[in-house]
Design a protein around this ligand. Structure first.
Ligand code: MF3
Ligand code: CO
Ligand code: CO
Length: 270
């Protein structure tokens, strides 16, 4: 233990947190969620992703938190903004949003040492029908994964809930990126896979904190990373969507730290 407030670590290397730690994660998660609420009105055709990132940088500063991504492995922005066939880690740029573009905005803040990591889907203008189905399936897969979170279940149960639902809708789950433990660190064990078999993987215990952040493609699951070493895209150029929550395992199930205070987690709920 590196601090008297830290709980023990399981044989799988996963830290078990205390009741006071849940409070810290809730506060950090709510800062992230409010930023994701507040950025929604700034997403429209003609807007650039670097302007969105600039606004997010200001919102992080105004909140009293700090950005977890600025300076992380050389990354220089307060958000990742992934448009259309970009799967994740899109770098904000002067690229202008067009009507019908869909985008994931992913924000991580640090408040009092605790990390709040969440992402949602947004649309510039009207949501095209095919994109709407993709976004709905991705959102539902995240919530099905979360509903599998309770002590005694395994990480494989979470992955299976997500994968079986997505594939039943004839879409695919990205294998190349996963969720992660977090807490007073950004990326900790375990890797939270969004596919898997029931009953496999580490067992869930009260006090574990991690993200679930499924990426779902309309086409094939394969991705590639562009020459900028960050931007991950679908190899077949098909549309991709993602939602991410930071959650904690409670005695009876889960707590979602990054729930939207305004109830705007889903793009059609604006
Ligand atoms: N927020 C991302 C995640 O969900 C990580 C972004 S790292 C960055 O884990 F450097 F690309 F910002
Ligand atoms: Co994450
Ligand atoms: Co994230």
């Amino acid at each position: 233990m590196d601090d008297k407030h830290d709980g023990p670590i399981t044989k799988d290397g996963i830290r078990l947190h205390t009741e006071a730690d849940f409070e810290g994660m809730h506060r950090a998660g709510q800062v992230t969620a409010r930023i994701l609420d507040d950025i929604a009105e700034h997403v429209f055709p003609g807007q650039t992703t670097e302007e969105l990132d600039h606004l997010i940088t200001q919102m992080v500063e105004a909140s009293g938190a700090t950005s977890a991504t600025i300076g992380y492995r050389g990354y220089q922005h307060a958000s990742c903004i992934s448009v259309n066939h970009v799967v994740c880690h899109g770098i904000p740029s002067n690229k202008v949003l067009k009507p019908g573009d869909i985008l994931n905005i992913d924000v991580t803040v640090i408040l009092d040492g605790w990390f709040g990591d969440s992402s949602r889907m947004y649309v510039a203008g009207e949501l095209p029908r095919k994109a709407e189905r993709l976004i709905q399936v991705t959102y539902d897969s995240l919530m099905l994964g979360i509903e599998a979170v309770r002590p005694g279940n395994t990480f494989g149960d979470i992955g299976h809930a997500i994968q079986s639902y997505v594939e039943s809708q004839r879409m695919s789950v990205v294998r190349d990126f996963c969720g992660h433990g977090l807490g007073r660190v950004f990326h900790a064990p375990p890797n939270v896979l969004h596919y898997g078999r029931p009953g496999t993987g580490p067992r869930l215990e009260e006090g574990m904190f991690f993200t679930i952040e499924p990426m779902v493609n309309l086409g094939r699951p394969e991705t590639k990373v562009l020459a900028d070493d960050w931007t991950a895209v679908t190899r077949d150029k098909s549309l991709s969507a993602q939602f991410e929550h930071s959650i904690g395992v409670t005695a009876s199930g889960f707590e979602i730290f990054t729930l939207s205070p305004a109830g705007k987690f889903h793009p059609t709920w604006r």
